[in-house]
Design a protein around this ligand. Sequence first.
Ligand SMILES: Nc1ncnc2c1ncn2[C@@H]1O[C@H](COP(=O)(O)OP(=O)(O)OP(=O)(O)O)[C@@H](O)[C@H]1O
Ligand SMILES: [Mg+2]
Length: 314
Amino acid sequence: MFKRKRDGAPAATASVDGDGRPALLVAEHVRKVYRTGEIEVEALADLDLTVHQGEMVAVMGPSGSGKTTLLNCLSGLDDIDAGRVLVAGQDLFAMSDAVRTTHRATSMGFIFQAFNLIPVFTAAENVELPLLLAGVGAKDARRRAVEMLERVELGNRTGHRPNELSGGEQQRVTVARALASRPAIVWADEPTGNLDTQMATQVVDLLHELNQVDGQTIVLVTHDAAIGGSAGRLIRMRDGRLVDDEQLRQSGDPRPDADRAGGGLRRCTRTSPPPLSSCSGPRWPSPRSSRCAGRSSASSRCGRSPAAGARRRS
Ligand SMILES: Nc1ncnc2c1ncn2[C@@H]1O[C@H](COP(=O)(O)OP(=O)(O)OP(=O)(O)O)[C@@H](O)[C@H]1O
Ligand SMILES: [Mg+2]
């Protein structure tokens, strides 16, 4: 695998990367302390991180190193004790709770290990719910939900409830739900933790497709070294700190095993993802607005060699 490595925590100062793409997420000196009675746990310690548009960043580290806390704090799901987090230039923790909630609903998607689907809702209802909460009209929300389920190859399961779906299918529903509002960034916390190898492969392939075809920015926590190694960038945490940051390949370059990927995303269209003409939320720029990606290998749709893409992050 091609990679270049740097030691120590990354500085969150670069506003564009080597390709000139803007920083989508900038975390500066973030500190998070959990207090339980007399006990304090510093789950994030003076953490800096910059994620650029179109990156797929894997986060690894031992249990308790702060990976989930990182996702929760950088997405604004949880409060921080110090520092700041900018998403598309907007300071998450300078917003009121209500504004931050709306910002999160329109700019971020979430995929968790526990699928967190509502059991009495159908797949389509689960996917459309966040859109309805964000103010999208019922008809448009349903159309969008069905489109997204078709994109994850569940167009024939829109009326199924979670207990009528396999684990892999349920997780693909959560991927569709995460993407329905066309978020700027998708956070995934051990999305394959509850899946067997085959289903995990489908879900990981799907995330890669979304990153490589649509340029979807994804931050993915995993304990699986193969999954971590297949991302564009791998950061490692220990004791609430980023201790390593490796650029494994340039965003847009195919992952090394792309030819073997089974894929899980319906394609090919010139307008991928489907236009969200009815969404009332903000429009987030996509680094690759329109690409045609057939079933053939990812390498056939990217002219750049992995070696050409390596660079040291700053
Ligand atoms: N709500 C909480 N209250 C108190 N301490 C917490 C809370 N959540 C997490 N912690 C502590 O913060 C530290 C980081 O936890 P976190 O869940 O972020 O780790 P993790 O890297 O995601 O671990 P895992 O790989 O096991 O999921 C741990 O020491 C944990 O015990
Ligand atoms: Mg965790």
